[in-house]
Design a protein. Structure first.
Length: 186
């Protein structure tokens, strides 16, 4: 006879997604960032995003159709360096992978993007270098979300010293497949 799975038997991310189920909209994205900060504090929980999450915060969001969006602020740290004093391309890709997925929380419901799916494509175009120490805004929006597939977009822009958005630095197109189990029938 098999025993039921416990939290310690599951990957940390699945445990977190299950605990997020009662949350709605932007609360889920905020909880995700908080979870990243907690993982950063615990050396046993370090993973790919651990050195990115502490430097991300939500600037604004809109749940309004047709393109729900979240804008994040990120400060490039020396640990994100490509060896030439700029944001590493792989780090930028990871940031977009995570950030572009977050607006799905604004439209999710049981069986519909509640787990934010898995990446099918992630196309990142680097337009300008992003120096260490830079503060950037990352605007992410849902272009389309069907039952099984979605198209997301992200833009990374410099932030000037007076807080205004500056030039476009990096852009991203992100395609995902929904992995939610079917919603329970009522």
């Amino acid at each position: 006879m098999s025993r039921p799975l416990e939290d310690k038997d599951l990957p940390m991310g699945l445990v977190f997604l299950e605990r997020m189920k009662p949350l709605k909209g932007i609360e889920k994205a905020e909880a995700f960032l908080k979870w990243g900060l907690e993982a950063y504090k615990d050396p046993k929980n370090h993973e790919w995003m651990t050195n990115i999450s502490p430097y991300l915060s939500i600037v604004s969001y809109s749940s309004s159709p047709p393109h729900p969006s979240i804008t994040f602020k990120f400060t490039v740290q020396p640990i994100h360096d490509n060896g030439l004093g700029n944001l590493h391309g792989g780090c930028a890709s990871t940031i977009f992978d995570v950030c572009t997925s977050q607006p799905l929380h604004l439209i999710s419901k049981p069986g519909y993007w509640q787990y934010t799916g898995v990446s099918r494509t992630l196309n990142v175009t680097y337009l300008r270098p992003v120096p260490v120490g830079s503060v950037v805004h990352i605007k992410c929006e849902v272009l389309h979300a069907g039952r099984n597939l979605c198209a997301l977009r992200g833009e990374m822009r410099a932030v000037t010293e007076d807080g205004r958005e500056g030039p476009l630095l990096v852009v991203c197109e992100h395609g995902k497949a929904n992995t939610d189990p079917p919603a329970e029938k009522l």
